[in-house]
Design a protein around this ligand. Structure first.
Ligand SMILES: [Zn+2]
Length: 262
């Protein structure tokens, strides 16, 4: 059995220069740079999530060029009249998920009327949805993501960044899951685990992640925005058994990307 990791959350950019802030130095993120970083960390597959809707074509090209290494997600704007149609087309052309970013795309994740048709369609198409969740500036809310997952149990949803400083509010998730709700919800800890590991709140963060449990956590690095080694180090420090860690580092994503692994 293949034990290499699947990174649920990586970026490649057409520029080859990941720049989230013009004053930051560029970080190499051409496809070959990302593959080199994957090779250095025993990562078999990187799920590539777009930062901008105009990058869908580039992500499709990357996936075609490196089909053994990249699985690509689509990005559409939920307020676009043809959003569902555009998404269907991108999935038919080979993309394997949907990425939504309420902050950069400037929409509220509580606009259920606009978001629900897309989330529902993902479930019908058998692909997953990744939703950025750092609750700041009103667009991105934890409540929005939780309700979307609750209302669309047929769609696997990955909540990105473990809701950052709101991680404590993920605690009820463990109870919901044990009661048979939100079983379709997974938590990616990228960026947050690296910020909190070795910080004064680590013990509390670790405890909440352990309560959610290994069946609902996924390894995502957000490379090149965050460091892969530090992310893996943080996941080891959660103290799960090696069998449980396999779920986080690979097996949960095999399940989520079932159509790719069939
Ligand atoms: Zn990201």
């Amino acid at each position: 059995m293949d034990n290499r990791y699947i990174d649920a959350h990586m970026h490649v950019m057409p520029s080859g220069k990941f720049i989230d802030n013009p004053s930051n130095p560029p970080i190499p993120d051409a496809p070959e740079d990302v593959i080199a970083a994957m090779n250095a960390h025993d990562i078999e597959i990187g799920v590539i999530v777009p930062m901008r809707t105009q990058d869908n074509e580039f992500i499709l090209q990357c996936q075609k060029r490196y089909p053994q290494r990249f699985v690509g997600c689509a990005m559409v704007h939920p307020y676009d009249e043809n959003a569902v149609f555009q998404f269907q087309k991108l999935v038919r052309r080979g993309l394997c998920g949907l990425k939504l970013h309420p902050i950069t795309q400037q929409f509220s994740d509580k606009n259920f009327k606009k978001l629900s048709p897309l989330i529902k369609e993902a479930g019908k198409l058998g692909v997953h949805v990744q939703i950025h969740c750092t609750p700041i500036m009103g667009y991105s809310t934890l409540e929005g993501v939780l309700r979307l997952a609750y209302e669309h149990p047929e769609t696997n949803i990955i909540l990105l960044h473990a809701a950052l400083h709101r991680y404590l509010d993920l605690f009820p998730l463990s109870r919901a899951i044990h009661s048979g709700y939100l079983c379709n919800l997974y938590v990616d800890m990228s960026g947050t685990i690296t910020a909190f590991h070795n910080s004064p709140i680590w013990k509390s963060f670790r405890w909440v992640m352990r309560q959610i449990g290994p069946e609902h956590l996924v390894f995502g690095s957000d490379f090149p925005a965050a460091d892969i080694s530090k992310t893996i180090e943080g996941i080891h420090a959660l103290g799960f058994s090696s069998e449980e860690e396999k779920l986080i580092m690979r097996q949960n994503m095999v399940k989520i990307l079932e159509e790719v692994y069939e």
